[in-house]
Design a protein around this ligand. Structure first.
Ligand SMILES: [Zn+2]
Length: 202
């Protein structure tokens, strides 16, 4: 079962730690507010380790990103491919980074028997619940439904322009908003997100 309420509160806690909340969210800067977590691009990783990008893709078992978890030291290293080749546009990169942060804050690494969660191997090992939670986290932190009305979001294009998601992710997010959010009652979480945004959007 996807822990929606739990993940909503994770997003709220992170927003509380950020000095500013502005969209598109600078998702890489969010990592600075997480304990024991660092970010490195595939490109820097390749340079430091004197290997090719192809090698990094192989190590990560993913073309887009992965997280290495050092169990003994309880430390995370998020690796993301910053090349825009193969349709890996900035919107997709933003999503990948949000997704990897999702795995960390949802504690998937510690919960998993594996030291490293990579997108491909995870799908193959049928860990789809972790994937869905990481995606739900990414969607919520990058494009929170409680702010759609305030930010005058009226189409998938608006989602793309304001929140900086890819065209595909924006369309999916907007459809979800219409289907699941628009008509439901506001909770205290919705109000907290709006309050924090208004306070920190300076
Ligand atoms: Zn994943």
């Amino acid at each position: 079962m996807i822990r929606y309420v739990y993940i909503n509160n994770l997003v709220l806690n992170i927003y509380e730690k950020l000095p500013k909340i502005q969209f598109p969210l600078d998702i890489k800067s969010v990592i600075n507010y997480l304990p024991n977590c660092r970010y490195m691009s595939y490109q820097d990783f390749a340079k430091i380790n004197k290997c090719s990008i192809e090698d990094v893709i192989q190590i990560c078992e993913s073309k887009s990103g992965c997280t290495h978890y050092d169990v003994l030291q309880d430390r995370y290293l998020i690796l993301c491919n910053q090349s825009t080749q193969d349709n890996n546009n900035i919107g997709r990169q933003r999503w990948t980074c949000g997704h990897e942060i999702g795995h960390i804050v949802c504690n998937h690494h510690a919960m998993s028997a594996y030291e490293k969660l990579s997108e491909n191997s995870l799908l193959q090992t049928n860990n789809t619940e972790y994937e869905r939670e990481a995606d739900y986290f990414a969607a919520t932190i990058l494009a929170p439904f409680p702010l759609f009305k305030l930010l005058n979001i009226k189409s998938a294009i608006d989602v793309q322009n304001i929140f900086g998601l890819s065209a595909e992710a924006s369309l999916y997010r907007y459809k979800q908003y219409i289907k699941t959010y628009q008509t439901r009652y506001k909770t205290s979480w919705d109000n907290d997100i709006i309050r924090l945004y208004q306070k920190k959007n300076i």
